[in-house]
Design a protein around this ligand. Sequence first.
Ligand code: PMP
Length: 463
Amino acid sequence: MSHVLDGVRYHESVLETVGRTPLVRLRAVARHCPPPVLAKLEFFNPGGSVKDRIGLAMVEAAERDGKLKPGGTIVECTSGNTGLGLAMVAAVKGYRAVFCMPDKVSSEKVYLLKAFGAEVLLSPTAVPPDSPDSYYSVARRVARERPGAFLTDQYNNPSNPRAHYLSTGPEIWEQTAGKITHFVCGMGTGGTISGTGRYLKEKNPGVKIVGADPVGSILKHYHETGQMSEARTYKIEGVGEDFIPGATDFSVVDRVISCNDRDGLNLTRRLAREEAIFVGGSAGMAAWVALAVAKDLPADALVVVLLPDTGERYLTKVHSDEWMRDNHLLDPAVTRVSDVLSGKGRKIPHLLTVSAGEPLRKALALVEQHDITQIPVLRGGNVVGTLFDSEILKRVLEDASVLDQPVESMMGDPLPVVKSDEPIGHVTRLLASRNPAVLVSDNGNVSGILTRFDMLQFIAGSE
Ligand code: PMP
């Protein structure tokens, strides 16, 4: 909604700029899909996420019902985005805001809410929802104890799906001129999929509504069996649940497909690199499911996937190489030799070498000191051979005088050299054949060594 005054077009407040987000076609990442895959980019909302849509809807409904009065306090359990949507409404309308969230959320989200004047209470992630320490329980307690407080409760508030029924659904229907055949969407509270799905199904019952669920969440299993199951933790934020939210209407969901952290988060990174679409992990997960659906569809289908929020909230998580590596989430297909090298333990230097003319005694000292099994031998900066600890020990046991002979007299063939920016597939093949290790070169200089054990640790850690 915008206003025109004497030809001047403007919005009465930032809240009026929520919604009407664009659809953008996924190109590179959807290359193998016959139909177009269009992404609804919710980071165009002023708060950077889809949740701006429900903030205003829930507050206005509470005002209508007399549950929220001037000077009142808005309380919510939120992993950040709903909080921001509500914090904006609170700032514009003069309410106070208190948000309760699990401590796994990124610190960016916490700082952001505080910037809008809100109060943030963090609770441990790994406690059951009915524990008094869970962020759900803390929110209920704050709402009970503070005068004039109202728990918006996005998980059960009918204004949550209704906001999507009234905005997201109609927008997608109009933007696609009614040609949409599949709508793919992550599920947290289920508000987005339920409201949007209901609207689209009312317009055309043939539209398929596909939920995306992180591995570890119970929603897929519940949708398929009606049974609860045990939840496990996962890294993707804002989606998946360990309970069934009242805001989810499973009757409009045709199918739920799960996606693991590794696939969802690596696609999140590819969206930035290959499409310049900078989003959070739940968007990468939804996009991964959309591509899985689209690859088997005919060219005349039309897939729309909703990407919930901006990547700026996850600069120290999915968009950080270090965080991905530390959590063993980097995809081997896109992992470079340098990623494995820099992820190695820092206990010993990246490379220990001996010169061809040095005595064996020197090499033996390195083996003892650093517990290494092979040492590259250099002459004039070039790699000319390799010393193996088993060979050194055997020769010294046979004849102790070899300790004073130059290492070149007993070195084996040089190890293969790979470049640090090569994908690791080539290195894994070299190590799987005859080579116990490879040397890594950076701009022509040998700077590191990767052994079979280093590679195994990387692969085992990343499962
Ligand atoms: N992604 C992110 C980042 C979110 O914050 C949320 C909301 N929890 C969702 C996806 C899921 O949306 P909904 O709650 O409407 O199912």
